[in-house]
Structure formats: C-alpha cells, structure tokens
Ligand binder design. Structure first.
Ligand code: SAH
Ligand code: SF4
Ligand code: F3S
Length: 468
C-alpha cells in the first residue's frame, strides 16, 4: 500500500523503486563496464545503493541509468511488505528477457532485504540471478563478481557482520547532490511483531563517531550541505566518542554540526522508546538540526501497541510529544501507521483516529498490515479481512492528508530557507526542500542550485509548496 498521493517532490515512498542516476564525474577511462542499480525500500537501501556504486567504481564499473546498457544489474530489494517483495520477481522476469535478447553476458545480482530473507530460494525461483547478497555483505561485491566470472552457479553471501562492512567500505563518498544520507546505526533489536527488519538487517549496531565524522567531512568537501543521519532505530545510536565517553544521537548531532559546510542535519527513523532527554534538548537547541521529526506510533490502542511489542502506551507517546513540543514548538511531526494488525477491532482503530486528531501530523506514511512469514504477527489469531483494512486505511488517510494539507497551508505567507536541489519539471522552475522536508517549487536561475535561499510561500498542496 502506498502512503499518500505523491508527486516527484514528496518524500520517498518506500514501495516505489528509485534509480541511481549516472554520475558523470566518475566515468573515467578506467570505467569500462556499466552497472545499473535499482533501489526499492527505505532510505537505508538508497544509501546502500550509493555505497555499492562506491565499491564498484575502483574495479571499473560506472553507473548507468539504462538497464539495457548494463554489464551488471543490481536489484537492491525490500522485504517490508508482501507487495514490495513480489516486485523483485516481476523485475527479474523483465531482466531475463532483456538479457536473452541483447546482453547474454550480463550479470544479475539481488541485494538487500529480500536477498537476506530468501537467500538461495531466489536463485531457485529466478535462475537468471548470479549473485545473492544480504545488506551486510555488499563490500564483498568485487570478490563475488570475480567468482561469478570464474564459476558457474550462483554466489551467495548473507553473513551478518555490520562493523566489518563499514570498516571495508571506502571512506570517500561520491555524493549525487547537495543532500545525502549517512548510515550511523543499522539493524534492530526491537522485534515489533509485524516487522521483518530485525531478521533482514540483524542486531543493532552503531558506527564509531570518528568513522561517521570522516564520512560527513568527505561529503561536505564535495559540496553536500544537508546530511540525514539514518538508522533503522537511529535514536538507539550509542558508541564511543572521541572523548572516550559513550555518545548518544544528541551528542553525535552536536558534533556533526561543527563540520564546516554542513548547514542542515536531519535524522530518521526514531523509536518512541529511545527519545532521550539529551536528544530532545538538541532538537530545541541546535540550529542546524531541522525542525522535522519522524516518530512513528503505528497504532493508538494500547492493546494493539502491546500485541505489536512496541513497549509503550499511547499515553507515554503523548507525553513524549508534549515534551518535544515544549523543547521546540516549531517541530513538524511525521509518523507511520499500520491498520488492520491482527486483533484490531473497530474500537481499537478508533483509538488510532483519536491519536491522529490529538497529536496532529505534518506528514505521514500509512499502511495496511501485511503478513510477513516468520514474524510473530503472521501466526496471530483474528487476522483482519482485507476489505476492513482498506476501509480503515481510507478513513485514516483522509484524516492524515487533511492534516498534511492544513500544515502546508499554514506556511503560506511565511519565508522559509529552502535548499535548492535541482530543476523542477516546468522550465525555469527550481525544486528544493523546506526545513519541514516539504518539496518546494519556485522560479529562479539554475545558479541557485546547491544554495539555501529564502522562499516566500504563496500556495500549498497536500505534498508540495509553491513560492517566490
Ligand atoms: N524502524 C522504523 C520503521 C521501519 S519499517 C520504526 O520502527 O519506526 C517502516 C514502516 O513500515 C514501519 O514504521 C511500519 O509502519 C511499516 N511496516 C513495517 N512492517 C509492516 C508490515 N508487516 N505491514 C505493514 N506495514 C509495515
Ligand atoms: Fe521494525 Fe519495530 Fe525495529 Fe522499526 S523498531 S525496524 S518497526 S522491529
Ligand atoms: Fe525494506 Fe529492508 Fe528498508 S525491508 S524498509 S529495505 S530495512
């Protein structure tokens, strides 16, 4: 299920694939081969796809946006909902035809969370696949490619060694634009009963502060002005700081804010259980930290929250939001919601509606519960019929989109600093993002791309702003 009506300016819909654009700057004489990477899923997969390109560049692969052109095709996959996972097989069908028609030597890799979850089964279902690699093994791509060229049969890598991966990845990044993701934490120990992530990404691991800072500096030196620190549970971040003490996300943000050239910092995704006081304080104090917080609750009923193993009540969440808003009244709040979790009654669903009305969201992602084999939710009794889920999702989204439109309309007349990311579809128009992550369009010269400019908002829709 998708989340909101979207245009190209909307935040990424995690069910929609994205393609890594060819980077002209690294197409050197050395790069004689081409790699096409298609990305499904969350921001971490976007990050991982960029890192795969970084790993492949030294062995002669340049990115291409045209699959027919590619010597290597990588599908970086998502397992979060059934629909996301099934897309991979239809795409593999298309790739097989393409390979047979005009690229017999093309190699095909399946990476990401479907690779981790299904492993060798992928090769059985889709014999066109040469390599299957989980999210913690893509630093081994050069080795795997060499092996595939030596041997017949598929090469499989699905070990979990997150820290080894980060140690092996090149320190320098080749960013695509002015805003970049940076993974600081990976994996999840929360085991929400609906979710595959703890199984596909492994246990929670935080990267050392010095490694993160080195990567952020590399990005800044190449013109990146906004960094989004990402993790499946980003606010569970904890690692040894340069002073020898244990640092949480708050301390890390203050430190990254000191890097020259980095003007904006964001972080995602947070869990309500891990919002500590230091982080809340930083949300109120650090001017480079953008006033936008994605803090999912998933459902409003305490009974459902318990069944989901979220480990907090609605009251806890409400108090937390009050504390965050007291620290920074300007914060725009975003959330994720699941409707139709097993056992969800009409009364439980009404609690979710009540939660949305009471809290108020500037943006959101909402989904019908999707049964994921191997998770506790899959075998729970009282699964909710599909038509009930659809009806609930529609009601919830009507409310969420109304709130989103109202939030955007409240910005009309205000002047917001917008980081200009590129040109919009209409000639003469530019596209950038407001502090609240809203896509913002305005007329201006292309020289403004990469700058943070003041835009006065004149019009607002559900997903985007127009200004001058
Ligand atoms: N770590 C993040 C979320 C990761 S998945 C967090 O804890 O908030 C992103 C979102 O997908 C989740 O927040 C949830 O709303 C949704 N999701 C996860 N598993 C799902 C499932 N089985 N069915 C429907 N939606 C799901
Ligand atoms: Fe999944 Fe829950 Fe972990 Fe988020 S916190 S990744 S929803 S198990
Ligand atoms: Fe999907 Fe894996 Fe991200 S399952 S949402 S790509 S962590």
């Amino acid at each position: 299920m998708t989340t909101s009506p979207r245009d190209k300016t909307a935040p990424r819909d995690i069910d929609q694939p994205a393609v890594i654009a060819a980077r002209t700057d690294d197409v050197s004489a050395l790069n004689t081969k081409k790699v096409f990477i298609k990305t499904y899923g969350c921001q971490m997969n976007v990050y991982d796809s960029e890192r795969m390109a970084d790993v492949l560049s030294p062995i002669g692969y340049a990115p291409t946006e045209v699959p027919d052109d590619a010597d290597l095709v990588i599908l970086n996959t998502c397992h979060i909902r059934e629909k996301a996972a099934e897309k991979v097989y239809s795409e593999l069908g298309r790739i097989r035809k393409m390979k047979e028609a005009n690229k017999p030597d093309m190699k095909v890799a399946v990476a990401g969370c479907v690779a981790q979850a299904e492993g060798a089964e992928i090769k059985r279902r889709a014999p066109v696949v040469d390599m299957v690699l989980g999210p913690q093994t893509y630093h081994k791509l050069p080795e795997m490619i060499a092996k595939v060229h030596r041997e017949t049969g598929a090469v499989l890598e699905t070990e979990f060694d997150t820290l080894e991966k980060f140690d092996q990845l090149p320190e320098t990044r080749k960013p695509k634009g002015f805003s970049s993701f940076l993974t600081i934490q990976e994996g999840c120990d929360k085991f929400c009963t609906f979710c595959v992530v703890p199984y596909t990404r492994g246990a929670e691991v935080s990267r050392p502060v010095t490694q993160i800072v080195a990567e952020a500096r590399s990005l800044a030196s190449q013109g990146v002005r906004e960094i989004t620190l990402i993790g499946q549970n980003v606010n569970a971040y904890h690692a040894e700081g340069p002073d020898g003490g244990q640092w949480g996300l708050g301390e890390l943000i203050r430190h990254v804010a000191l890097i020259g050239g980095i003007d904006r910092i964001r972080f995602t995704t947070s869990h309500p259980r891990d919002m500590d006081d230091e982080l809340i304080k930083v949300l109120g104090e650090e001017p480079k930290l953008m006033p936008y917080l994605h803090l999912p609750i998933q459902a409003g009923s305490d009974k459902i929250l318990r069944a989901m193993n979220r480990d907090h009540t609605y009251e806890h969440y409400k108090q937390l939001i009050a504390k965050i808003r007291a620290a920074n009244p300007d914060i725009a709040l975003s959330g994720d919601f699941i409707v139709g979790f097993p056992g969800e009654t009409d009364a439980d669903f009404e609690q979710t509606m009540k939660c949305v009305k009471e809290i108020g969201y500037a943006s959101s992602f909402s989904f019908k519960y999707s049964v994921r084999p191997g998770t506790p939710g899959a075998t729970m009794h009282r699964q909710v019929p599909e038509d009930v889920k659809s009806e609930r999702l529609k009601r919830l989204q009507d409310l969420l989109y109304t709130q989103q439109r109202e939030f955007n309309q409240s910005l009309i007349g205000k002047t917001l600093p917008v980081l200009v990311e590129g040109t919009a579809r209409e000639p003469g128009r530019l596209f950038g993002r407001s502090p609240y992550l809203t896509g913002t369009h305005f007329d201006g010269p292309e020289e403004l791309i990469g700058q943070i400019v003041d835009v006065t908002i004149t019009e607002a829709g559900v997903n985007s702003l127009i200004g001058v």
